[in-house]
Ligand binder design. Sequence first.
Ligand code: ATP
Ligand code: MG
Length: 794
Amino acid sequence: FTPPTTGLLKNLNPEQHAAVTLGQEPALILAGAGSGKTRVLTTRIAWLMSQGLVAPGGVMAVTFTNKAAKEMVTRLTAMLPVNVRGMWIGTFHGLCNRFLRAHWKLAGLPQGFQILDASDSVSAVKRVIKAMKLDEERFVPKQVSWFIAGAKEDGLRAKDIEQRDEQSRTMVAIYQAYQDQCEREGVVDFAELMLRTYELLRDHAELRAHYQQRFKYILVDEFQDTNKLQYAWLKMFAPPGAGQGVFAVGDDDQSIYAFRGARVGNMADFEREYRVRKVVKLEQNYRSFGNILDAANELISRNSHRLGKNLRTEMGPGEPVRVNESASDFAEAQWLLEEAQALHRQGMPRQEIAILYRSNAQSRVLESALFNAGIPYRVYGGLRFFERAEVKHALAYLRLIENANDDTSFLRVVNFPARGIGARTIELLQDAARVSGRSLYQSVGAVAGKGGSNLAGFVSLVESMRNLTQGLTLREIISQMLESSGLAEFYRNDKDGAERLENLDELINAAEAFVTQEGFGKDAVALPVDELAPGAIAEGLPNAVAAAAVTPDAETGEIMSPLAAFLTHASLEAGDNQAQAGQDAIQLMTVHSAKGLEFDAVFITGLEEGLFPHENSLADGDGLEEERRLMYVAITRARQRLYLSFSQTRMLHGQTRYNVKSRFLEELPEAALKWLTPRNQGFGSGFAREYQSAWERGSGLKSMVGAGRVETSTAARAPYVPPVPQTMKQAAAQKVGNEYGGLRVGKGVFHNKFGEGVLVTLEGSGQDARAQVNFGRHGMKWLALAVAKLTPID
Ligand code: ATP
Ligand code: MG
């Protein structure tokens, strides 16, 4: 085998080359992290098209995160000058959305259907529970919402679920009522996107035949994390034996979504059901230096249920894996940003530096440290920006403009800003809506009295907003809405509204960026949805099916208004708004959302027992193995530098936790590591006895004696000062002491900007000392005592 020196296939090893150029047949690539699976998948798409084997419209490629999908599109456009817009590349949810936008009528959805994000969905469930007069303690909305999502992911409607007892009967009844409510309001949750698409294909043979003929090649990345429904969904588009080129790539060691129903077993099923001739294995890792790979290999070797793969690199050992211990999460954040800055000064772009954490809640401290230091950063994976209250209010108004029957949005803003519509009026309205089976908006006429006329006022407000925004650009629509809804006015009059106003401005920016990115500009041939309508007819599709496709607006040719598209985007996408688009920024994300990505430098933070591995996983062996795979994913994101970090204390969910370092640190090869702080610092104190059981869980106790190697960072050119060691005892004493420079927990304090408040928490020491104060009208605030001047009052 001599690799070609030019063209798409250059720089592929023989196994990769063979996989890229496979014929139109089912294929399974099973290989470890960084072995080029995604690269092979992307190159294959480019190769197929360059050979004229398929047109862009005949390819569907599925990835797991929006970021991965974007990356794939970028890589593809670099390889081949194709119109990627015509290609179906995206996440499962993104593709389902696209599909349902095209077939909304057939799917029984309103054209402008809206998507409920996870928290919208919980509040929708909550409303149902309330309407059914059930006890929220027994039927916890969040849990019920998980139950419903889980059922949908198993392909089950309420009627399909077995009802064993009283409890399960009620759960099913809630599921059904929730579903009815969603139908009434014209909204769908994430799981519904998948299930609807699946059912639509299952129940419409013609539609199914159309898509099976259309997609000649279907490629699925991260196949190990597909769940039952996703696999069934795939089989609708490409059933075994139909002759399409279904190409699945995966790595069982990176299966990290079992808690959401992912089935590694799908890989074995796929191999059998599709009669895969030969499973392709790739064994060379092109991503990471030796020390990083050694760490990953050694760690994952402790898992038992593995399909077994080897990984080697030719890149040499590279830098050691650096380990750092901090006294507090604040100190950890500080250390981390200094280290990241040092890397950046040496020429590493910020976007090549990733900070990973196990739980979303960890990001707050990191974010505020970065923010205060003025370092641009971007958070991926959560719906952070779009989840801020003021942004959600604004989006709710926009949704009502698009679809007034959206009850979730209606309830969110009907009395915000206040319009004299009280809880009693809302209850009456909800009763009326329930009786008539109509939306809240449609039921307003049924409420009498003062409340009724205020409701009528709200309805005419929405009507007028709809009229005023006719024919405006997205930017103008949002500005108009902010003014006529009274939101802008409200926050202008609010003393602390400045930041919220900024966020609302940011919403306009986000809309602007979206419009440019999606090509909705002046030349508005707005087709993020589907080119299917004309194509369907050309392909001789039966009329019924063609008619089900979206009819473009006669005047503009738009299939979906920019507003509707933007609202969808807001529900589906993570907020990229912390750093401006295009700005070089440090990347923050959970380990889950880092899957498939790679960075020059990676920081894995919070390596503490109970956090990573997560406490919920410790009960059973499978849980722990999943956490270990998660750690494997985290480690293998790094190309050149890997940092592992843990902290003795951490504020999480409003409590200070005292930590033992993660067992995963003990599972790494010593030779690949370099400790930046004294090893096992603080573990020798008598205080440890009080935490005996915790110590025993982490294996730290055994090796407490040796101080370990002490080395400071080599990344820092400027002299590097390691964080001041603080023993757990000291930290605890401060916490327990409840007193600091005359301040006492539970007593009053005065602040010259926020006025009087009550001290709620005190913690940290010296530069790190901080206080949590309830300032009543100004809300709860965390203050750094080195900066904030707090005076005790009685
Ligand atoms: P993961 O399991 O983490 O998703 P992966 O198997 O998908 O990893 P890729 O992301 O495709 O791996 O590849 C890892 C890195 O190695 C990428 O930067 C890719 O460009 C590079 N790479 C892959 N194959 C080769 C090759 N033959 N020569 C040089 N670089 C390669
Ligand atoms: Mg990959």
